[in-house]
Design a protein around this ligand. Structure first.
Ligand code: MG
Ligand code: MG
Length: 254
């Protein structure tokens, strides 16, 4: 069942989403060659608690940390490790917070030092696919319109679209209905209605679409070990139109 939100509830989700946005903006200051992922995790946890919220991922499904940090061929759900970031890496950071009983959940793939042009292009296209998908989240459309937009745009660049993991509804639970796949067929799936709040999150691979689970039980990696990008926003449908609840401005604007 899809739980549609009132405008008051949407404002609470916006508050949580914006705290994630600010946390990702704070983390950007600490992302450079030599940075230690487990230390980034602690910075985020402290920042979130200092802002009167709880880390949304810590303990969820027994996940051991506040951030999912996924490097290069790691797609999502990476457990923060001790191994320093190196020049040329990309690092996807997914962050959740719980405040006033509502979740925020979004993600950004950062570059570390000088990154190969081909990989920069992957990041640009993945991020653009997210915004293209968001535009389709309007009354009169169906979820399949969002999904097919993301798939068609990224596949037109020759990239692989991960099938096993998808976006989702967002609210008092981190993962609510409906699923928001990054692949699909136009004019299929649930109709989009006012009060829908979702996390849209394309996970796009430079190579093949196939992924596998690493033996830590969490980290999802690409089968061909080529890099993968992940960008996620929280979006509400208000007066028929999509409205971003999260922002990348804290990351991208100094
Ligand atoms: Mg997320
Ligand atoms: Mg999510």
């Amino acid at each position: 069942m899809i739980v549609y939100k009132s405008s008051e509830q949407i404002e609470l989700i916006r508050e949580s989403a914006l705290l994630v946005s600010k946390t990702l903006g704070e983390l950007k200051k600490y992302i450079f060659p030599g940075a230690i992922p487990i230390e980034l995790d602690k910075i985020a946890e402290t920042f979130i608690r200092d802002h009167g919220a709880e880390p949304g991922f810590l303990g969820m499904y027994d996940f051991p940390n506040s951030l999912c940090i996924s490097i290069n061929e790691e797609v999502v759900h990476g457990i923060p490790k001790n191994k320093p970031l190196k020049n040329g890496d990309i690092v996807s950071i997914d962050c959740g917070v719980l405040k006033n009983n509502y979740y925020g959940d979004h993600a950004y793939t950062f570059t570390v030092g000088d990154v190969d042009e081909q990989i920069i292009k992957l990041l640009e296209v993945t991020k653009e696919s997210l915004y293209r998908g968001i535009k389709k989240l309007e009354v009169g459309n169906r979820i399949g319109d969002v999904s097919s937009e993301i798939q068609n745009f990224t596949e037109s660049h020759g990239y692989g679209v991960v099938r096993e993991l998808v976006g989702h509804g967002l609210g008092k639970s981190l993962h609510e209905e409906p699923d928001i796949p990054n692949f699909g067929i136009k004019n299929t799936g649930p109709k989009i209605q006012n009060g829908l709040v979702v996390a849209i999150e394309p996970m796009i691979n430079l190579g093949v679409k196939d992924v596998e689970q690493s033996n830590d039980g969490w980290t999802v990696v690409t089968k061909d070990k080529k890099p993968s990008a992940h960008f996620e926003h929280n979006v509400a449908v208000i007066k028929g139109k999509p409205e971003l609840l999260s922002t990348f401005d804290f990351i991208e604007k100094d």
